[in-house]
Structure formats: C-alpha cells, structure tokens
Design a protein around this ligand. Structure first.
Ligand code: IVH
Length: 688
C-alpha cells in the first residue's frame, strides 16, 4: 500500500483526539458520576468519531468507544484458562462482631505474632453481590473478559462486558506508561435503582419481572446475544488483581485499589484501612448500619490483610487465601412455604394480598406475613398456596414475597382463588370494590363503614406521629371496633373507664391509661391533627406545609383547589383529594366533633403571605455578599421555593455569588437563568 496521505494522517490524529475526549467524558460520567458534558454534546462527538471510522475503517481500534455494542450472537462461550487461578474466600459464618475477632486472631496466630505486637493492618471493603469477572488489559487496552468458572477455567464474555459503560475499554494514562499485562478482578452487579427501573419496564410491557439484582446481573453477563446484555444496566467494582506483567504493583492492597481507580476503573469508595480486630468490628458495624441505604446489595464485608508481603507470608489453604475472609450479615432473602393468602384492607380501603408463610428467620427477625402488593403482582409472580417462595426483608422495609422457586415443586399445584384475580366485594364489609382507572390497586368503597378501614383509621389517628395516643394498640382497636364501641373517630374521646373495663381482658389500669393518653393527646399541633385525619395523599410533610400555609383549619376547609395548589409541593392529585375530603359533610362533622371534644393547638402565626417562589427550584452556588447559604435557603423556602443541590433542566434559577463553581457553568450550558443576590431579593419581593 502507498504511504499514508496527509489526509489520512489528519484523520488519524482527529480520531485519536476524539477517542481521548470521549474516554475522558465516559470516565466522568460512568465512573465518577460527575458528567461535565451535556448528553447531546457527547453524542455529537461520538457520531463524529463513527463517521470518521466509517470513512477510514483502517483507523478502527478495539478500544474505540464506538466498539462497545458490537458483537454477534454466540452459540456458546469459549473457555478461558486463567493465568492466575481465581480463588474464592472463606466465609466467617458468625454474623456478630465475633466473626471479625476470630479472623484477626487466626491471622495473628498464623503470622506467629506475640500478643504485644502492634495490630495488623487490614483493608476492609464491601462484599458485592454479583458475578466475579477477570478483565485483561494489555498495554492499557481491554482484550478479554472472563467469568470465574471453576476458578481454573472460565468463560469468555468479552463482548458482553464491553457493553458495560463503567468498564473502560482503555485505561487512563499515557500508552507507554501502561502495564503490558494487567488483569483486574472485580464484580459485575446491578444497582437497586437500575433493577427497579428494569422491572418497571418489564411491568409496562406486561412481561415477567426479575427476582433480584444479583441473578439478573449474572444472567445478563451470560447472555449469548450481546445486544440483550447492552439493555441491562450493569455496573462494576474492582477488588483485586490477576496476572500482572511489567507493573510495579503497590505494596498494599489499599494502594493497589487506589492505583486501579487512577487507571479509570470503578473502585467502591466504601472501603477503609482498619487496624486490628477493633477496626474490623467498627467497619462491620458501620456498613451494617448503612447497608440498606447503599445503592446496591451486599451480603457482607470482606477483610484483607493490607500488606502484600504479609499476604505472601500467609499464603493459601487449598483454594482459599489465609489473608482474606468474607464476614456476612444476616441474609435478607430466605426460602419458605406459602401456607395461605389473605386479603387485607388498609386505611384507605386498599386491598393487599398478604402471604401467610411458614415462619422463617430473615433479615434479622422471624417473618410469617409478607406483602404481595396487589393482585396484578400476585398474578405476575404466579405464586400459589403450597409453593416454595423467596421472602425478602431488608431493613425496615415490609417483608415481601419476591417470587417462587420453580424447581422441585412436586405434584399438581393449588388453583388460583378466583376472588384474588378480580376482587369485587370487600372481604371485610362486603362493599363494592373498585379499581382506579389505570391504577394497580383495588379499593373497598365502604369507607368508615368498613370495620377494617375504621380500625386502620383509628390506629393512624392514634399513631406516634399523629395524635400520639398512648395505650391504644392494635389489640385494643380490634376490641373497640369489633365490640361496636367505636364507629367514628370522635367517639374515641367519649370512652370512659367504666365503659372500657366492660371489654374482655381489659384491666382497670389499662383502661385508666388509655383515658389519660386520650386526654393528653388533646393538646397537639395543627399539622399533627391534619395528618391524623388520614386524608389520602396528605402525609406528614404535606400536613406541615398545609398548616404553615393556611394557619388554621377553617381556612383550609374553605380553600378551593386553586388555592390549595399554591401550597409548596401540592399538585392536582393532592389538592383534589383534600377538597374531596372536606366536601364530604361527615368529614367536616368529624373535625367539628373532635374540636368540640377538646382537641386544640396553639394558633399559628398569621398564615404566610404570598408565595412568589411557589413551585420553583433554585440552586445556590458561591458566596453571596450578605446572605449566608442557610439564610438564603430559609428565605427561598419561606417564599414557597425549593433549594436543590444540583443544576438540571428543571432548575428555574441559579443564584451565584463569589467563586461560583461548576454549577454556574452547568447553568450556562443548560440556559438556566443566573441571578445575583439582588436578583434573588427582587424575586422574593415580587408579587405572586
Ligand atoms: S476477593 C483471593 N473482594 O465474593 C480473593 N471478593 O469468594 C478473591 N466478592 O465470588 C476474592 N466482593 O466475586 C473479594 N470485595 C471483594 C468481593 C469479593 C464480592 C465475591 C467474589 C467471589 C466471592 C469470594
């Protein structure tokens, strides 16, 4: 072939420049979660590169960002022999602090450390719940990705892994400084929000939902068609190394992870260098407390001796290193038998199918009831009485049945009970059941006529965050309602000790306690009272906003939908729900009777004036000349506005002061109006 023409040289230089830019922005976007380019601009660069590569196919490189989703449907995965075996780690089954202490003691014993020797340094990290992957980079370019397989031989899943935006196709750094061979090991997983969105899409399409993020991630990596993998939102975290050539690896595991992060590889920030057993115990406790708030599932933490030299001294037993251990948390999912399905009626009449389970220990407690959400979920999950089901309980979340185990269900299965498919009558009061248009929920229309709704309304009313009536629990509410003592909320305050002790199993002391609790609850706040009424869509925050806005119940009861819409965060659905509630004469009567019974609250300062910033979102950046950040925020909120931490297309104004940073750039980029303090003051004092 002829010498490269000047044209081709220019194209090559331009392609290299575009790739570098796209790589940089992909790293900011996927790995650091801090995009610096609007999506449209990224797309434009991407298309430019695509056009260039189409015109000059000889310029195409395997690490080009255009090569992520290119692949063909495979018949199967080719085997990959690991250069360095992919080991597993020992699991400390004791989920208490003792698990961490036991590991530290073992390490000290095996290193023959005397008791007075200083504590061993560990790197503590999370145990991600996904699928282990080995990424092989040669001179900085991703050349192969393989699953663990049996540890010696895995499967070649390169074309699937390439579709994961977080996995760099090329490492950051100058080509001549990158190691000839660097194998990075880590976990492919799925974030919970990505999993929920994926299931949401499945639901919209009327397709089967996935059971949990872990299985979904593992399944996606082992898809023969990379186009399908590309549609699954997968993420990746590195936690170690495989084969390395020509790289002076750092002397500790923690520094190794830092070095991987500098290469542009995602490394989880929730890790710590921990000293001795004490440090490990603290990490285990801290992560245990945060576990449910993490954006992804973990089933424990992993401790690793930090010094590579000590790791080598410790070595391996069979296929597990002596220098690492997994320390688990109590499992959040368990299998059990579904003994029955009940339909429960909630406070607002919502019908919820509830699974009656063979009691099982999960997420730290024994669970015997779990929600099945609604009849559509019930149908989609296809669970029937007698099935073995997966029960999940994470943190304070209500336990739920996630699905059933397909295998090993011998014999014929129980039929569906028709009433679950299309409930028409309330199982408690027999009233008609309606389904809101387009909604998933069925509701009993019985209102307070329905004993189930009445019980829930009472419990809500008496709840700690509402009227806070001490001594009124579910058992007592059941008795009061079933015994016909209470039909409406105000009747609560007519209960006397004499009447109460007629109830079976209620002693004089409990009766007196309840009466005292009721008396005490009469002194309350407007917001609590409003919340206690149980108006649909009026939660605690909305109740507070309404109380602040209207100042008094009479003004609120008289407010039109338009007036209600002026309140912070109140949209049409909430406004209509409030209006509909007070349009019912019996609800107004309930309010009057409760006030007549003596419920009172300190009158609030005159209702707020106009709300010129109602419905507006503002972002503050930099230092304002006279107002502090908190003062500016308070003024904006008092004017009905919201303050957000990041600029998006939905931001109405950015208020910028001295040394404003990237938020100001972003505002300019998106064309969001930018104000100074004087501009903000003008807005605050504008007529609504
Ligand atoms: S280290 C030689 N660190 O847990 C040590 N593994 O048996 C090799 N895992 O399936 C593993 N998070 O994929 C390590 N922070 C972490 C991990 C982790 C999850 C997985 C790993 C493997 C299993 C360990």
């Amino acid at each position: 072939m002829s010498e490269p023409t000047a044209d081709l040289q220019a194209a090559a230089a331009q392609a290299a420049e575009l790739r570098a830019q796209l790589q940089h922005h992909a790293h900011l976007y996927y790995v650091l979660d801090a995009p610096a380019l609007p999506d449209a601009e990224y797309d434009r660069l991407f298309q430019q590169l695509q056009a260039l590569e189409a015109a000059h196919p000889e310029l195409l490189t395997p690490d080009s960002p255009t090569q992520r989703i290119i692949g063909r449907v495979l018949d199967g995965f080719a085997p990959v022999r690991h250069a360095v075996a992919m080991l597993s780690i020992r699991t400390e089954t004791d989920t208490t602090a003792a698990g961490a202490t036991a590991f530290d003691e073992r390490v000290r014993r095996e290193l023959a450390l005397p008791p007075e020797a200083s504590p061993v340094e560990y790197n503590a990290e999370l145990k991600f719940d996904g699928l282990a992957i080995n990424l092989r980079y040669e001179h900085g370019v991703l050349v192969q990705a393989a699953t663990r397989g049996d540890g010696e031989t895995g499967e070649d899943v390169t074309q699937n892994i390439r579709t994961i935006g977080q996995v760099p196709l090329r490492l950051l750094g100058a080509a001549d400084t990158l190691p000839p061979v660097l194998e990075v090991r880590g976990e492919v997983y799925m974030r919970r929000d990505d999993f929920e969105r994926l299931n949401e899409r499945q639901r919209e399409k009327g397709e089967k939902t996935y059971i949990n993020p872990r299985n979904t991630a593992a399944g996606a990596v082992r898809q023969l068609d990379p186009a399908i993998t590309a549609q699954r939102p997968l993420s990746f975290f590195a936690y170690g190394l495989g084969e390395v050539q020509g790289w002076n690896r750092p002397a500790t595991h923690s520094a190794t992870l830092d070095a991987l992060a500098a290469f542009g590889i995602p490394v989880c920030a929730d890790r710590a260098v921990a000293l001795g057993a004490e440090g490990l115990v603290a990490f285990h406790a801290a992560m245990g407390a945060q576990r449910d708030a993490l954006p992804f599932d973990i089933d424990g933490v992993v401790y690793k001796v930090n010094s590579v030299e000590l790791q080598q001294r410790l070595g391996f037993v069979t296929r597990e290193p002596r220098w690492a251990v997994a320390h688990k948390y109590p499992a959040q999912e368990q299998l059990t038998r579904l003994n029955g399905i009940d339909i429960q009626v909630g406070r607002t009449g919502k019908l919820t199918p509830v699974a009656k389970l063979e009691p099982v220990f999960v997420g730290g407690t024994t669970v015997s009831n779990a929600t099945l959400h609604n009849v559509f979920e019930l149908r989609r999950k296809g669970v029937r009485v007698g099935d073995t089901v997966i029960v999940r309980r994470a943190g304070d979340v209500i336990p739920e049945v996630v699905g059933r185990v397909m295998e090993g269900a011998p014999g014929p299965r129980m039929p569906y009970v028709p009433n679950f498919r299309q409930p028409r009558a309330c199982p408690v009061c027999g009233s008609r059941v309606l389904r809101e248009r387009g909604g998933m929920d069925h509701r009993c229309t019985g209102g307070l006529f329905c004993a189930a709704q009445r019980k829930q309304a009472l419990l809500h009313f008496a709840g700690r965050r509402a009227m806070d009536v001490e001594g009124l629990g579910d058992k007592l509410v059941d008795q009061l309602v079933d015994g016909g003592l209470i039909r409406t909320l105000p009747e609560l305050y007519k209960l006397g000790v004499a009447k109460l002790i007629e109830l079976e199993r209620l002693g004089e002391k409990s009766a007196a306690n309840l009466v005292a609790g009721l008396e005490k609850s009469k002194q309350t706040t407007f917001a609590r009272f409003l919340y206690a009424l149980g108006i649909r869509h009026v939660g605690e925050t909305t109740a507070k906003d309404l109380a602040r806005h209207f100042g008094g119940i009479d003004r609120l009861m008289a407010a039109s939908v338009d007036e209600l819409l002026q309140v912070n965060d109140v949209g049409p659905v909430v406004a209509q729900s409030i209006r509909a509630f007070f349009d019912q004469p019996h609800n107004v009567e309930v309010v009057e009777q409760l006030r007549a019974a003596g419920i009172h609250w300190p009158e609030q300062a005159a209702a707020l004036g106009p709300q010129p910033l109602a419905g507006k979102t503002l972002v503050l950046t930099g230092t304002l000349p006279t107002l502090s950040r908190d003062e500016a925020k308070a003024l904006i909120e008092a004017a009905g506005g919201k303050v957000s931490g990041s600029v998006s297309k939905k931001t109405n104004y950015v208020v910028a002061g001295e040394e404003a940073g990237s938020k100001l750039d972003k505002a300019r980029e998106l064309g969001v109006p930018v104000l100074d303090e004087a501009g903000l003051q003008a807005l605050l004092h504008a007529e609504a």
